[in-house]
Write a protein that binds this ligand. Structure first.
Ligand code: CA
Ligand code: CA
Ligand code: CA
Ligand code: CA
Length: 121
């Protein structure tokens, strides 16, 4: 019985792995257009980062889950980190991160396009 279950789980993992491979193949074209960091942030793959997608990005980037981003966790350049770190304590909090949308969104359409983030890669 246990063996059968283990085998079934193995099969499931194998099928899942195949599916993942197929999915990432489909994304190949996209990766040429869009930066990896944007691809991670852009959950619905519509090539723009909404406010909520940007908000979720904080958790995505916070590798040690201490609810602050240090520079090594922050995947953009020093210029954007300085812009983000409003109180200059060398850490970016969720609030500081969220406030970045208004700074980056230069055309005020409430979305971040790749071109708006490009200076910070
Ligand atoms: Ca999106
Ligand atoms: Ca952290
Ligand atoms: Ca700060
Ligand atoms: Ca915009």
């Amino acid at each position: 019985m246990t063996r059968k279950i283990r085998f079934a789980i193995m099969l499931l993992c194998f099928a899942g792995g195949l599916q993942l491979t197929a999915c990432s193949d489909d994304d190949d074209d996209l990766e040429d257009i869009i930066d990896d960091r944007l691809d991670d942030l852009d959950i619905d793959d519509n090539l723009v980062i909404s406010r909520s997608e940007w908000h979720n990005g904080f958790i995505l980037f916070d590798d040690d889950e201490d609810l602050v981003l240090i520079f090594s966790e922050f995947r953009f350049n020093g210029a954007l980190f300085d812009l983000a770190d409003a109180n200059l304590d060398g850490l970016v909090t969720q609030t500081e991160w969220d406030n970045l949308v208004d700074r980056i969104d230069t055309n005020d359409n409430d979305r971040i396009e790749e071109s708006e983030l490009a200076p910070y890669f």
